[in-house]
Ligand binder design. Structure first.
Ligand code: SF4
Length: 150
């Protein structure tokens, strides 16, 4: 079980052309210099995200959203996969934002979108043309970074 920051947020920018419900999972171990949200590194921060609670949130918002986004959670891959499967059961698309450079095929098999790469302050996030981060449409292999440029 991992914790999340409650409540989840409806977001429009994180996945191009999707209305997403965003779950931020705590316990990130990457320790990026200049981390934008240091509290996310504390696994005890937030509240437990059980399958039941997750399903309640999806039930509440399913008519409004097209995608479910996880900020992190890949460090408990079986748990994350369980929640991705529940999302897919609702015919919702799925996305993972990770600071890692790669994730397991077992996770990728349940994703529509994947953002890879740690935060590097000097390079900026996806909205920066110099960024080290990459956002993919997993199904087509298309690199989506251009959709974030300002
Ligand atoms: S991946 Fe994100 S949350 Fe994790 S340490 Fe890096 S900036 Fe912070």
């Amino acid at each position: 079980m991992f914790n999340y920051i409650s409540p989840p947020q409806i977001v429009l920018q994180e996945v191009p052309s999707e209305i997403s419900l965003l779950f931020t999972i705590t316990g990130c171990r990457l320790n990026c210099l200049g981390c934008h949200s240091p509290e996310i590194q504390n696994a005890k921060f937030g509240t437990p995200l059980s399958c039941e609670i997750f399903t309640q949130w999806i039930d509440k918002y399913q008519a409004l959203i097209s995608c479910v986004v996880f900020f992190g959670g890949e460090w408990q891959s079986q748990r994350l996969i369980e929640l991705l499967k529940i999302s897919q059961g609702y015919k919702l698309k799925t996305c993972l934002y990770t600071g890692k450079e790669k994730v397991s095929q077992a996770i990728i098999a349940h994703l529509d979108y994947l953002k890879l790469g740690p935060w590097v302050e000097s390079l900026g996030g996806l909205e920066s043309s110099n960024t080290n981060q990459r956002m993919f449409n997993v199904k087509t292999g298309e690199l989506l970074n251009v959709r974030f440029l300002r």
